[in-house]
Design a protein around this ligand. Structure first.
Ligand SMILES: C[S@@+](CC[C@H](N)C(=O)[O-])C[C@H]1O[C@@H](n2cnc3c(N)ncnc32)[C@H](O)[C@@H]1O
Length: 219
């Protein structure tokens, strides 16, 4: 990740702390994501779950509290956020939080569920492809990739990029572009659902690795 993007993220997190916010996201966003995850997976017992862009650990913490038998790993580039997440999850033996750039993070784990916790839209230009290939490597063959991402919506976001201090910090695709891209990257789109949370256009995508992709990694 570019140094400027990182510094902007850190500044945003420091502002959240000084405003006494509960984290990056507010309760509405947390309830939205937890509601979806509960409705999809409450009957499933996962061995391990990876939360990408876990930030201050709100989703990570809730999931780990509700699923004590499952091992959770959260990763985020922000030091401020991961310190916050570690503190939130202190004493829980089913959670590990790492500070790393997903783009060059080396992690040999295989996960039953990989969650994009509002981080895909932070992957700008060629980082998107690197990101999705990393996800593919971490996802178990029968696992789900559950993506929560902001999309480009005619009413809400007119621009493709969000730019702060001349730095592109986010990139938004339309729903069609997003779905086409997932298919192009060899994922099966199991569910694709549009939501608007506080006026923000959020796309929920549930994806699995396609069989052709599986075959290509079997010797
Ligand atoms: C929109 S925030 C969402 C945070 C949290 N998941 C939430 O919903 O409250 C995006 C998060 O992705 C993290 N992030 C952005 N680029 C990253 C990268 N390359 N590697 C790891 N984390 C990244 C940011 O630090 C930030 O915490």
């Amino acid at each position: 990740m570019k140094k400027e993007i990182y510094e902007i993220q850190e500044e945003l997190y420091k502002n959240k702390i000084s405003n006494n916010d509960i984290g990056w996201s507010n309760q509405l966003h947390l309830d939205f994501k937890m509601g979806i995850l509960d409705s999809l997976y409450s009957n499933q017992k996962f061995k391990n779950v990876l939360v990408l862009g876990c930030g201050d650990g709100q989703v990570l913490y809730q999931l780990a509290m509700n699923n004590k038998e499952t091992q959770f790993v959260g990763v985020d580039i922000s030091e401020v956020a991961t310190d916050w997440a570690k503190k939130r999850c202190e004493g829980m033996n089913n959670v590990k939080v790492f500070r790393a750039d997903i783009i060059d993070w080396v992690n040999e784990g295989l996960y039953d569920l990989v969650i994009d916790d509002y981080v895909l839209h932070c992957m700008v230009d060629n980082y998107r492809d690197i990101f999705i290939n990393k996800v593919k490597g971490w996802l178990a063959s029968s696992g789900d990739f559950c993506s929560f991402t902001i999309v480009k919506d005619k009413d809400a976001i007119k621009d493709t990029y969000q730019i702060i201090k001349d730095t592109k910090i986010r990139q938004f695709l339309t729903i069609e572009e997003l779905n086409d891209w997932f298919v192009q990257k060899n994922f099966n789109v199991i569910k694709s659902e549009f939501h608007k949370i506080e006026g923000q256009p959020i796309q929920l995508s549930i994806l699995s690795k396609s069989q052709s992709d599986e075959k290509s990694i079997i010797p």
